[in-house]
Design a protein around this ligand. Structure first.
Ligand code: GRF
Length: 196
C-alpha cells in the first residue's frame, strides 16, 4: 500500500477528492495533509476525514526557503510518504527539496501545459481568445510547471466566460483528473490519462 502525503495552501478541494478516492482497492492511502498556512481550510477537512495534518507557516522564515522546507520536511518525512501530491500548494520549492522527492512528486496545474506556466492561467487563456482550457497533472521537476505530463483534462471556453467561470469549470475536471492519475501512478503506471 503506497503512502501519500498531500501539500495544500488553501481550501484543499483537490486534496479532498484525492483522499475520498483512496479507499477500497486503491493502491494508496493518505498519511498526511500539510500546509504552509495554519489557517488553510483544507486542514480542517483533512482532520474531519481522519487524515493526520501538519502546518508550518512560511512567513516567519522571511524568504529563507531552505529553512522553511527543512521545517516542513520534518513533518513530511515523519509520515514516510512514498508519493507527494501538491494540490493547490502555492509555494515554489527549491531544487534540493524537489531532488528529495523527484520521481514520486505530482502537481496539478490549472492549464493545458506547456501553455500558461505560472499564475493567472485562466485570464491568460481568455486574453488569448483560446477556445479551450483545462488542467494538467505532471511530475514535479526543478523547472516550474514543466515535468513529464501524466494527465490532462480539457474544457471549452464559453462566450461570456470570465476567469472565475472558467476556473470553476476547470476545477470540476481537476477533481476528476487528479484522482485518476494518482490511482494509476500509485499502481506503478505512468501512462498518460486524457479526459475530454
Ligand atoms: C486550483 O485552481 C488548482 O488548479 C490549483 O490550486 C487551486 C486551488 O485548489 N492547483 P484547491 O481547491 O486548494 O485544491
Amino acid at each position: 500500500m503506497k503512502r501519500v502525503a498531500i501539500l495544500i495552501s488553501g481550501g484543499g478541494s483537490n486534496m479532498v477528492k484525492l483522499v475520498e478516492d483512496m479507499t477500497g482497492d486503491h493502491p494508496a492511502r493518505p498519511v498526511l495533509v500539510a500546509s504552509n498556512d495554519r489557517e488553510a481550510g483544507g486542514l480542517g477537512k483533512a482532520a474531519a476525514m481522519g487524515v493526520p495534518t501538519a502546518a508550518v507557516d512560511h512567513r516567519p522564515f522571511k524568504g529563507d526557503r531552505e529553512a522553511f522546507e527543512t521545517a516542513l520536511r520534518q513533518h513530511i518525512d515523519a509520515s514516510e510518504p512514498d508519493i507527494l501530491c501538491l494540490a493547490g500548494f502555492m509555494r515554489i520549492l527549491t531544487p534540493s527539496f524537489i531532488r528529495a522527492y523527484e520521481g514520486r512528486m505530482l502537481n496539478i496545474h490549472p492549464s493545458l501545459l506547456p501553455k500558461y506556466k505560472g499564475l493567472h492561467t485562466h485570464q491568460r487563456a481568455l486574453d488569448a481568445s483560446d477556445t479551450e482550457a483545462g488542467c494538467t497533472v505532471h511530475e514535479v521537476t526543478a523547472e516550474l510547471d514543466d515535468g513529464p505530463i501524466l494527465g490532462q483534462a480539457r474544457v471549452p471556453v464559453q462566450p461570456g466566460d470570465d476567469a472565475d467561470t472558467l476556473a470553476a469549470r476547470v476545477l470540476t475536471q481537476e477533481h476528476r483528473l487528479y484522482p485518476a492519475v494518482l490511482r494509476r501512478f500509485a499502481a506503478g503506471d505512468r501512462g498518460r490519462i486524457d479526459l475530454g
